[in-house]
Design a protein around this ligand. Structure first.
Ligand code: SAH
Ligand code: SF4
Length: 466
């Protein structure tokens, strides 16, 4: 089968542009990279940062001192789009005081024609825009902008996508790493814009993935998260008989003190084989994010999800049979077009049955170009809002009782950082992805520690080091 790996010459060409930008620019320039949206966007931003550093920029968190601003946008919901647009609007005044400032936008939002056009017409201080499949050409576009000072808009409408291997990367954490194993999506869930802005599903070669993880393990990374829109279809475009479960088994043979996570799994492709591998392999965190979206079979059909609530519940049953302590989380969309009170009751009843460890719930947001956007019976905002509240209330009760049940137990935590409000307190995450606060000093950041839980509230656990 044909892969989508870009020819090495194309990447070398970008390295040449990185060198040219470095020569062209005066020394000491700074870049500010702002990221919206999912982990895939964070991973993309780490590559943008990698290229920026190779081009001589140092990274800064302070936007006022930046000579280059890159805004990596999200399109999954309108809220994320509006936030990115409003922040971009705030950068207008910076350009007034610093004429040489370069402002670039990339990612999912600007990969839509109508958004690109809006930026062209209403945000004249944005110098260039590049779509998700043009990420690797950032150095060439930037060089062109620096020498010509002309505005440019690079989208590959209809592009099937590509895989750029070998780009430089600056990881934002020294102990948690993202590893994309595939890009794009073929599923066309009727509400979702992702397939339109990220192109078709394409898998990286297993050798490249294993090489990257070996290096991370050697560098001492403690947590490695494999990324893809639908990791369960990994390899389908490349191999006759090698799937995501095989990849996980192979990764687990790589030595190192790391825990392995993955997201996201689509229930239609989650296999018993995958669950068996998870149960068998110690390195894989016993945590499963399995987006449900709706508990109503009628709505699932309208969403083009290709599974039923019965199939979903069977997957959950099998997971719990194999891994009694597994934590399960999910995504729910409230107010999909045509959702009746009865459909919504099916979602609530499934939540009650599964007793999730966490849910991420979203108000349905109309996305231009998707099938659901033109469906009849769009749900009014007040109905959506009222259902959303009921959903939260139900899950809050579950969260609280689950978190309280941890009191007195011990758990291993990966220490992620200091608490924002109290320097003597640390926060970390358990294997099941629960947020835990406890007292300790900053030398523990990036390490695994054992904590006894003393208290649990709605959103977090509190404990003491032992
Ligand atoms: N590929 C992943 C999810 C990507 S988007 C998957 O299939 O699970 C992350 C979540 O955003 C989705 O699971 C869904 O719950 C939510 N989402 C996507 N499109 C949405 C929309 N139009 N309105 C509201 N929520 C949406
Ligand atoms: Fe969107 Fe569905 Fe693809 Fe997930 S699987 S990215 S929800 S189309």
């Amino acid at each position: 089968m044909k892969d989508k790996i870009l020819a090495p010459e194309l990447i070398e060409r970008q390295y040449a542009y990185m060198a040219r930008v470095r020569e062209w620019n005066p020394e000491g320039l700074k870049a500010h990279i702002l990221t919206f949206g999912c982990q895939q966007n964070e991973a993309d931003s780490e590559r943008i940062a990698g290229m920026a550093v190779k081009m001589g920029y140092t990274l800064t968190d302070t936007v006022e001192e930046a000579d280059l601003i890159v805004i990596n946008t999200c399109a999954v919901r309108e809220h994320a789009e509006l936030k990115a647009l409003s922040i971009t609007g705030n950068f207008k005044h910076l350009k007034k005081t610093k004429k040489s400032l370069v402002i670039a936008m990339c990612g999912c939002m600007v990969s839509q024609e109508h958004r690109k056009d809006r930026i062209k017409s209403s945000y004249p201080y944005v110098d260039f825009v590049f779509g998700t499949t043009r990420l690797y050409t950032f150095p060439e576009i930037l060089f062109d902008c620096l020498i010509s000072r002309q505005r440019k808009f690079y989208l590959d409408a209809g592009d099937e996508g590509n895989i750029p291997e070998g780009l430089p990367v600056v990881r934002m954490s020294r102990f948690k790493a993202w590893v994309s194993i595939m890009y794009g999506c073929n599923n066309f869930c009727t509400y979702c814009v992702v397939p339109y802005v990220r192109g078709r599903e394409r898998s990286r070669h297993r050798e490249e993935i294993l090489k990257e993880i070996e290096a991370l393990a050697k560098e001492g990374y403690r947590e490695i998260t494999l990324l893809g829109q639908n990791v369960n279809s990994y390899g389908k475009d490349l191999y006759e008989a090698y799937d995501f479960a095989d990849l996980l088994s192979d990764i687990c043979r790589i030595e190192g003190n790391y825990q392995l996570r993955f997201m996201t799994s689509h229930p239609k492709d989650a296999s018993y084989k995958l669950i068996d591998v998870m149960a068998r392999e110690e390195k894989i965190a016993k945590f499963f994010h399995l987006p449900l979206q709706s508990g109503s079979n009628r709505i699932l059909k309208e969403m083009n999800r290709h599974y039923t609530r019965e199939h979903y519940l069977e997957l959950v049953r099998y997971m719990r049979e194999k891994m009694p302590d597994i934590s399960i989380s999910t995504d729910i969309i409230v107010g999909f077009p045509g959702e009746t009170e009865e459909d919504f009751a099916d979602t609530l009843s499934l939540l009650r049955e599964v007793q999730y460890d966490n849910i991420y719930s979203f108000l349905y947001s109309k996305r231009v170009g998707t099938k659901a956007a033109v469906m009849d019976c769009q749900i009014p905002d007040d109905v959506k809002g009222e259902r959303f509240e009921r959903l939260l209330q139900l899950q809050n009760e579950v969260n609280l009782s689950k978190n309280r049940a941890f009191v007195g137990k011990t758990m291993e935590i990966l220490v992620e950082g200091q608490s924002k409000t109290d320097k003597n307190r640390l926060t970390g995450r358990s294997e099941s992805n629960r947020l835990v606060h406890f007292e300790g000093d900053s030398t523990l950041i990036g390490k695994r520690v054992t904590v006894r839980i003393t208290e649990g509230d709605l959103h977090a656990l509190f404990g003491e080091l032992i």
